[in-house]
Ligand binder design. Structure first.
Ligand SMILES: [Zn+2]
Length: 330
């Protein structure tokens, strides 16, 4: 069963909710803002469980009727808003599942809680429909909008919600979680943590992937020879890695880790602080061939590549530009 100990990091957000519950000062509307995989749904689940727990304590008891209903996803006063189309939450969906439903008092709990995952997908009409509810919510209503992009909300929505931003999880906390809770060995936990850049969901996805070794090997094979390869070969190689079901930007992250390692090797001439330790001799060669400015340029290009891919730019073109920068600087 989920409780606050399942939430890794995000202490300030947990503290915020716990003290609001304790003081009885819970707001009617929250925006939980943070990238995909960071733990918004887990947090919303635990918070809504504690709000509805019959003991009234900030920590859910796990034993009362409400807590047990949360466990079996059947708490009738916690409503997870669903949508049919993949990229949009329509005005009808918001009306049906929130605006009209909220008029009915809770079945048997203190609150009626609405959780909207991917709330940035609400189109302007849907947001406007919700706005009226946010302006005059019933006493018992709590609405939680979960989002990876707070900029998609109308200013009128933002001004009526408490916005809580998820910060990256600290590396040590993440390594500890992977080792202790998932039984991942130290080297792998370290690699996955570096890869995830503060996003626990991402670290877990790689750590428990049955393709972990292949992903790492394929990436290393590519990075060892990237400066000698043809454009087509590289693009093909990166596309082939797509079979492992990570996001394409995940491979850009792995490439970034590699070049950060090269920078580290250039500075310290030692494998100590590197992620790809076993590749020390290759990295040493690449480091000697590349200037500090060159590595900087490559890291900048990779960062730009990631931003472009997230904006859905054509993969081949974006990758080609990046490879040119890599080749020019190695
Ligand atoms: Zn309870």
């Amino acid at each position: 069963m989920a409780n606050y100990s399942d939430i890794i990091g995000h202490e300030d957000i947990v503290r915020h909710f716990k003290s609001s519950i304790e003081l009885g000062k819970v707001s009617h509307a929250y925006i939980l803002n943070g990238e995909k995989g960071v733990g918004k749904k887990t947090l919303a689940k635990v918070v809504s469980q504690s709000l509805q727990c019959e003991t009234g304590n900030p920590d859910p008891c796990g034993e009362c009727r409400s807590c047990l209903q949360v466990e079996s996803n059947s708490q009738p006063d916690i409503i997870w808003v669903k949508h049919d189309k993949p990229n949009v939450i329509s005005v009808d969906e918001i009306r049906e599942q929130i605006v009209n439903d909220i008029e009915l008092t809770p079945y048997n709990s203190r609150y009626k809680i609405y959780i909207v995952p991917d709330a940035q997908m609400m189109n302007p009409q849907a947001q406007n429909a919700l706005l009226k509810t946010l302006e005059e919510p019933p006493e018992y209503a709590i609405i939680m909008l979960l989002t990876s992009n707070v900029d998609k909300f109308l200013p009128t929505i933002l001004s009526r919600c408490i916005v809580l931003n998820f910060k990256p999880v600290q590396p040590l906390e993440m390594i500890e979680y992977l080792e202790d809770q998932l039984g991942i060995d130290k080297a792998k936990a370290k690699f996955c943590t570096d890869f995830a850049q503060g996003n626990l969901g991402k670290a877990v996805r790689l750590a428990i992937s049955s393709d972990y070794n292949e992903i790492k090997e394929d990436s290393v094979r590519l990075l060892r020879q990237i400066h000698e390869m043809d454009m087509e070969d590289v693009i093909l190689a990166v596309k082939n890695m797509g079979k492992y079901k990570l996001d394409i930007t995940d491979y850009v992250d792995i490439m970034t880790m590699w070049f950060r390692d090269i920078l580290m090797v250039k500075i310290s001439n030692s494998p100590n602080k590197t992620i790809f330790k076993e590749e020390f001799s290759t990295m040493k060669k690449q480091a000697s061939r590349t200037s500090y400015e060159g590595i900087e340029e490559i890291l900048k290009a990779l960062n730009k590549l990631k931003i472009r891919l997230e904006a859905n730019v054509n993969f081949d073109i974006a990758m080609e530009l990046t490879l040119l920068t890599i080749k020019e600087n190695m």
